[in-house]
Design a protein around this ligand. Structure first.
Ligand SMILES: Cc1cc2nc3c(=O)[nH]c(=O)nc-3n(C[C@H](O)[C@H](O)[C@H](O)COP(=O)(O)OP(=O)(O)OC[C@H]3O[C@@H](n4cnc5c(N)ncnc54)[C@H](O)[C@@H]3O)c2cc1C
Length: 510
C-alpha cells in the first residue's frame, strides 16, 4: 500500500510526485497517456519536443459539441506524461500579485508564493528571448509597440509589473519545450519509492476505513491501487469528472446517472473559466513571408515571441486586464492559418461554466460548457472590444502596416465577437479552494471538504484565474500543495493541529 497516489502526470501533478518521492514517501503516479521515459533515452516524439509550434498529436479531443451560429470549440488537453506542459506554447507568465492576494486564502498570499515562483522559474529553465532572437515579424511588433506608445519591458515575468510590451519569457531550452516531466520527473524517476503506471485511465476513487482505492483501466484491463491518500491532478476537466464518477458532486448530476452520492458537493465541476480570446489578423506581405521562410531555414523561429499587457477602460483595479500577443509562423499551422494574428485575451473574465459527466464510463468525455461571454454585465466582451481597438492601432503602425496586406479593420460588434470568441487554453477553477465549504470544494491545503484523504493539485484548485498563462501558476500550485502535504506526512495529526476536533477538521495553516 502506497502513501500517496497521484492521478495525472501534468503541470500540477508531477511536482507533487517529485517532492513526495524526495521526502521518502511511497508514491504511485497514474497517467492516462504514454510515458516516453527520461529525455536522455531519446524516445520522445519530435513534435512534442519542438517548441516552435503547439503540438497536437496527444490530445483528449474534447469539444463543446454543436453550437448554434458558430463552429464548435475544441478544448485541447494533452494525454501524455507532462500533461499540457508537453504540448503547450511554453510561454512562461506569473500574473500580478493582486491575483493571488485576491484569493483571500492564508498561506496563498503572493508573499508566501514568491519563493515558489522563483524556484519554478528556475527549474523550468525560464528565460526571456533576447533582442537578436526575435524573428522578422516580432521585431516589427516591438517597433510598432514603441511607436504606439507602449512601455517596453525587458522582463514580463514580474509579479509587480503592469502595462508593458516586450519579448516573451519562455520555458524553452535549446528549442525544446521544457515540460514538467523533464524538469521534475527525470531527476526522481528511477527512485525505488516511485511507481509509474502510464497508459492507465482512472475511473473512480473509493474511500475505505483503511485508505483510498483507485479503480483504473490499464491498457484496457481493470486495475486497483491502494494508498493512504490520493492527490487528484487530472486537470480541470479530468479532476471533477473523476470526483463525479466517485459519487462526489452535485446529487442532481450524480442521480441522473444512477451514481450513489458519497459526498454531497454541488460545486464540483462549476466555476469553470478561461481567458476568452479574439484576434485581429492580416495576410503577410510578400517581403515578410519571404523573411519568415529565410529565418526558419536558418534557425528556430517560434510563432509567439512578443506580448503586451494593457489596462482596458473596464479595469477596476488599474492593473492590466488584457494580453495582446502577436502570432505568426513561417508555415501554415493550425493556429495561424498562414496569417499574422494579433490575439487579444481578457485576463479577468467574469463568465463561468461547468463540467459534468454524461456517463459512468471513464472513456466518455464530460459535457464542457464554458459559458464564454455569458457574464450578465457584458464585462468580458467590453474588455475584448477595447483590446481589439488597441490591436488595430498596433497593426496601423508603420512597422507593421508596411509588411502586412492592407485589409479593413475587423468588425467589433457583439455578434462578431460572440461568433469569433476562442479561448487562451487556460481553463481553471472546477474544484476551487476556499475556507467556506458552501462556496468552495477544497480547503486551503487542497483537501476535499468532507474527506481530507482526497486532495487536488492542479489548475482546478484556483478559485480565480490569474492574469497569466496558467502553466507556471499551476506548477506553483503543485509545489505549494506538495509542501503542505509533505509536512502533514511527516507529522501526526496531533502535532499538526493539536487542538479540538472542530479545529482539526477546519485545519490550520502549517
Ligand atoms: C494547446 C495549449 C497551449 C497552452 N499554452 C500555454 C502556454 O504557452 N503557457 C502557459 O503558461 N500555459 C499554457 N497552456 C495552459 C497550461 O499548459 C495548463 O494550464 C496547465 O498545463 C494545466 O495543468 P494541470 O496540471 O491542471 O493539467 P494537465 O497538465 O492537463 O495534466 C492533467 C494530466 O492528467 C491526465 N489525466 C486526465 N484524466 C485522467 C484520468 N482519468 N486518468 C489518468 N490520468 C488522467 C492527463 O492525461 C494529463 O496528463 C496551454 C494549454 C494548451 C492545451
Amino acid at each position: 500500500m502506497a502513501d500517496v497516489i497521484v492521478i495525472g502526470g501534468g503541470s500540477g501533478g508531477i511536482p507533487v510526485v517529485a517532492r513526495l518521492v524526495e521526502s521518502g514517501a511511497e508514491v504511485v503516479l497514474i497517467e492516462a497517456g504514454p510515458d516516453y521515459g527520461a529525455l536522455a533515452e531519446g524516445r520522445w516524439p519530435g513534435e512534442i519536443l519542438d517548441a516552435a509550434a503547439l503540438a497536437t498529436s496527444h490530445d483528449w479531443d474534447y469539444t463543446s459539441g454543436p453550437v448554434t451560429g458558430r463552429e464548435p470549440w475544441t478544448f485541447e488537453r494533452a494525454r501524455i506524461m507532462g500533461g499540457c506542459s508537453s504540448h503547450n506554447g511554453a510561454i512562461a507568465a506569473v500574473g500580478h500579485h493582486l491575483d493571488y492576494d485576491s484569493w483571500g486564502l492564508p498561506g496563498w498570499e503572493t508573499e508566501t508564493l514568491r519563493p515558489l515562483f522563483d524556484r519554478v522559474l528556475d527549474i523550468m529553465r525560464v528565460r526571456a528571448y533576447e533582442q537578436d532572437e526575435a524573428g522578422p515579424f516580432h521585431s516589427r511588433c516591438l517597433e510598432a509597440a514603441a511607436s504606439a506608445g507602449w512601455r517596453i519591458a525587458s522582463d514580463l515575468c514580474d509579479l509587480d509589473a503592469n502595462h508593458s510590451f516586450g519579448l516573451e519569457t519562455v520555458n524553452v531550452f535549446e528549442g525544446t519545450r521544457w515540460n514538467t516531466a523533464f524538469a521534475y520527473l527525470d531527476p526522481v524517476r528511477d527512485r525505488q519509492n516511485l511507481t509509474i503506471a502510464d497508459e492507465c485511465l482512472v475511473d473512480r476513487i473509493e474511500t475505505t476505513r483503511h485508505g483510498v482505492t483507485v479503480h483504473a483501466l490499464r491498457r484496457g484491463r481493470a486495475h486497483t491501487f491502494d494508498a493512504d491518500r490520493v492527490v487528484l491532478a487530472a486537470g480541470v476537466y479530468g479532476t471533477p469528472s473523476i470526483l463525479q464518477r466517485s459519487g462526489i458532486g452535485d446529487p442532481v448530476v450524480l442521480g441522473s446517472l444512477g451514481i450513489a452520492v458519497s459526498i454531497d458537493a454541488p460545486l464540483v465541476g462549476t466555476n469553470l473559466h478561461d481567458h476568452p480570446m479574439v484576434n485581429a489578423s492580416r495576410d503577410l506581405g510578400e517581403d515578410l513571408a519571404r523573411w519568415m521562410q529565410d529565418a526558419a531555414a536558418s534557425g528556430f523561429v517560434p510563432e509567439e515571441q512578443t506580448l503586451g499587457k494593457a489596462v482596458s477602460r473596464h479595469a477596476a483595479d488599474g492593473v492590466f486586464d488584457l494580453h495582446l500577443f502577436p502570432v505568426c509562423g513561417s508555415t501554415q499551422t493550425s493556429l495561424t492559418n498562414g496569417r499574422a494574428l494579433l490575439e487579444v485575451a481578457c485576463m479577468t473574465p467574469r463568465s463561468r461554466g461547468t463540467v459534468k459527466i454524461t456517463s459512468v464510463d471513464p472513456g466518455v468525455a464530460p459535457a464542457i460548457d464554458h459559458g464564454y461571454l455569458s457574464d450578465p454585465d457584458g464585462h468580458d466582451i467590453g474588455v475584448l472590444r477595447h483590446g481589439l481597438e488597441l490591436a488595430e492601432d498596433l497593426l496601423a503602425q508603420p512597422a507593421l502596416r508596411s509588411v502586412l496586406v492592407d485589409e479593413p479593420r475587423r468588425d467589433l460588434s457583439d455578434e462578431a465577437l460572440r461568433r469569433d470568441v476562442q479561448h487562451y487554453y487556460h481553463p481553471v477553477g472546477t474544484t476551487p479552494m476556499g475556507s467556506d465549504p458552501s462556496t468552495s470544494v477544497c480547503d486551503r491545503f487542497g483537501r476535499l471538504h468532507g474527506d481530507h484523504r482526497i486532495l487536488v493539485a492542479d489548475a482546478s484548485l484556483m478559485p480565480q484565474i490569474p492574469r497569466a498563462n496558467t502553466n507556471i501558476p499551476t506548477i506553483v500550485v503543485g509545489e505549494r500543495i506538495a509542501e503542505l502535504l509533505v509536512t502533514q506526512l511527516n507529522r501526526s495529526d496531533e502535532e499538526i493541529f493539536g487542538r479540538s476536533p472542530h479545529e482539526r477538521s477546519e485545519g490550520g495553516m502549517i
